[in-house]
Design a protein around this ligand. Structure first.
Ligand code: FE2
Ligand code: FE2
Length: 366
């Protein structure tokens, strides 16, 4: 059976091209797209391999060339098959990129602030003398925040079986360290993932962040690593995206107006700069440097610390689980970060068995 694969995130649709080829080659079979790829089934229900011409360019999609290699994979190779992007747009994109890099590196960007209550919680957590009762007292002073904390603690994210009704109970059940996660999660939703005109996309990115956090904590737990660090870096790894987006929206330059007219160009710039922006935000929020480094380098394949492997693998598991089409099961089973973490296929299966629960938990805020 022909396997389908995607190369380096290039978007093309090999299924469609392979489908057409397969229909042409074997009109006697009914061709079906399965989870594994393309299959041909005859009148008696027997499966057949579908012949596809060996290593031949089938056709060109908008941004990639599709090549078929029988007995192997259909792959998308990067290639400028589409017409050159508009030069004026490319210029505008470069100008705004330079402006934003300057702002982020020079500390001249308006960043979402943490609420006073969250700041108080975070600084109390860095003081060894703070106990659960004192922490609950700080949270209680801000009614809205207290309500959010109880909602999160009772959500499937923390998989509580019996309802938590008091803040002190919430704090002692979670443990002091995890109160930091809850405070950041609430701040992210209220203050960061709120850019006018981009609600749908940001909602999806926020769901992805929660799913990544939950997978990262599972992976960290199974590798006997710091679970809280895993959760936090998963939760925050793409936090730079809304920050870049807000900066593009706020820019007064004529080039920014030109850029905003093309949503794909906006998202390309967001993708490009989100690691940098995330690190700046993490520093502004006084998060540990280790978290800032993980955020900044989560797309850098040269970042080879165990924590980087955990975050990247969790990121991929979340993409697969939320079905955005950038990965398939084959990609996961051959994931380089899984190998680096000494994870076997059955370990990955165990993480994937949590998919349903994680999708449910990620949907809590949406
Ligand atoms: Fe990312
Ligand atoms: Fe991500």
């Amino acid at each position: 059976m022909v396997q389908l694969a995607r190369d380096g995130g290039h978007r093309c649709d090999p299924v469609v091209f392979a489908f057409e080829q397969a229909l042409e080659a074997r009109p006697d079979l009914s061709i079906a797209v399965t989870a594994q790829g393309l299959g041909g089934v005859d009148g008696e229900g027997r499966e057949h391999q579908v012949p596809v011409p060996r290593t031949r360019t089938l056709t060109k999609s908008t941004d990639a060339t599709v090549v078929a290699d029988v007995n192997s994979d259909l792959t998308c190779q990067a290639g400028p098959a589409s017409p050159q992007p508009d030069r004026a747009l490319a210029r505008a994109q470069r100008e705004i990129r330079d402006e934003l890099v300057d702002q982020f590196e020079g500390g001249r960007v308006v960043l979402p602030l943490l609420s006073e209550s969250v700041q108080r919680v975070l600084s109390a957590l860095s003081d060894d003398r703070t106990d659960a009762r004192a922490l609950a007292e700080i949270i209680k002073r801000d009614q809205a925040f207290a309500g959010h904390v109880l909602r999160v603690v009772n959500s499937p994210i923390y998989a509580s079986t019996s309802p938590t009704v008091s803040l002190q109970q919430a704090v002692s059940r979670l443990g002091m360290g995890r109160v930091r996660e809850v405070a950041l999660l609430i701040s992210m939703q209220a203050r960061v993932f709120a850019v006018a005109g981009f609600a749908v996309e940001l909602n999806a990115i926020f769901r992805h962040a929660i799913a990544t956090a939950l997978f990262a904590q599972e992976i960290a737990r199974s590798r006997r690593r710091n679970v809280e660090e895993g959760f936090l870096s998963g939760l925050l790894h793409d936090v730079g995206k809304p920050v870049v987006l807000q900066a593009i929206v706020d820019s007064k330059r004529p080039a920014a107006r030109e850029l905003r007219a093309d949503r794909a160009a906006v998202w390309a710039l967001v993708d490009d700069l989100h690691g940098l922006a995330g690190r700046v935000l993490a520093a502004a929020w006084s998060l540990p440097d280790a978290i800032g480094d993980l955020i900044a380098g989560h797309h850098d394949v040269h970042a080879r610390t165990p924590s980087a492997h955990v975050t990247r693998l969790a990121d991929s598991l979340a993409h697969f689980t939320l079905g955005d089409g950038t990965l398939d099961e084959h990609d996961l089973q051959s994931h380089p970060d899984a190998a680096e973490l000494n994870l076997y296929p059955e370990d990955l299966d165990a993480f994937l068995a949590r998919r349903q629960a994680i999708v449910g938990a990620a949907g809590v805020f949406t």
